[in-house]
Design a protein around this ligand. Structure first.
Ligand code: SAM
Length: 262
């Protein structure tokens, strides 16, 4: 029996940083990964990050939100020295397999929660990437500050942090008009907010076989994320708009922050 997602009697009350390991159950991860075409995703976003890293003269990268390995594999294929970290053992196992399948890469994987990153991952890096709307899993400001401080400490003096996030401002401010469905892979996976308040965005992922999965996330406002980065010591933060393969609207669906340590 595979473990099911567990949100208890009142799912909108689940607002805990550590809950992510229980949300990414194997059946969800498998489904997601088999439906999201890596090639299509690479076409729409891959070069954006690779170009950015090249522009900065980056050689070594720590992918702190490896997930199933999409970015780590792209980074290795592009010639970057890459270490792949994630707090979920499930994710890392899948990423390792994907690395071997996609181009015969042997991923250097480390299981590590961002809050204690320096304890488990060693070395200093030219860049840290935290992509795929991952930072949103942190539910308290203390955890967010702690994680950013850990990222900061693991960068070389002139290193950069690249962190992306969903555009939650639009969702919080414009109410239902912006709560549109996001279609991935044509109509195969529909992602939509089921519940939103200032402290929670609960997303529903509907698959073609009628199965549904959920993620509870903290709706980060863009300027708040930028302010936190600056508070922990990042000197300059540039924020880009959309690069994503979601439905185009006036508002970008995603933001990408590039924060410079020096
Ligand atoms: N970057 C990948 C992508 O775009 O496909 C994965 C994104 S997935 C939405 C978020 C990942 O962040 C998950 O693999 C999860 O295990 C990881 N994660 C969430 N909170 C974490 C934490 N506190 N420490 C370490 N990893 C965490």
């Amino acid at each position: 029996m595979q473990p099911a997602q567990e949100f208890g009697d009142n799912p909108v009350e689940v607002r805990e940083t550590g809950h992510y390991t229980e949300e990414y159950v194997p059946s969800f991860v498998e489904k997601w990964d088999s439906l999201i075409d890596w090639e299509k995703r690479a076409e729409s976003e891959g070069n954006f990050f690779i170009d950015l890293l090249r522009k900065w003269g980056v050689k070594s990268v720590l992918d702190v939100a490896t997930g199933t390995g999409f970015h780590s594999v792209a980074l290795l294929s592009a010639g970057f020295e890459t270490v792949s970290a994630d707090g979920s053992a499930e994710m890392l196992a899948r990423a390792f397999e994907n690395g071997q399948k996609q181009g015969g890469h042997i991923l250097r994987v480390v299981q590590a929660d961002w809050r204690w990153l320096n304890r488990d991952v060693h070395g200093e890096y030219d860049a840290i990437v935290c992509l795929g709307n991952s930072f949103t899993h942190l539910f308290s400001e203390r955890d967010r500050r702690k994680a950013l401080a850990e990222f900061y400490a693991m960068l070389k003096h002139d290193g950069i942090l690249i962190l992306d996030q969903r555009n939650y401002d639009a969702m919080l401010d414009d109410g239902y008009t912006s709560k549109h469905q996001y279609y991935y892979c044509g109509d195969d996976v529909i992602v939509e907010p089921e519940y939103v308040d200032e402290g929670l965005c609960r997303m529903r992922y509907s698959f073609p076989d009628s199965s549904m999965y959920y993620l509870n996330m903290f709706p980060l406002r863009k300027d708040y994320t930028r302010r936190l980065m600056s508070d922990v010591g990042f000197q300059r933060i540039e924020t880009y708009g959309d690069f994503q393969h979601t439905y185009r609207r006036e508002q970008p669906d995603f933001f990408v922050h590039v924060a410079e340590k020096e």
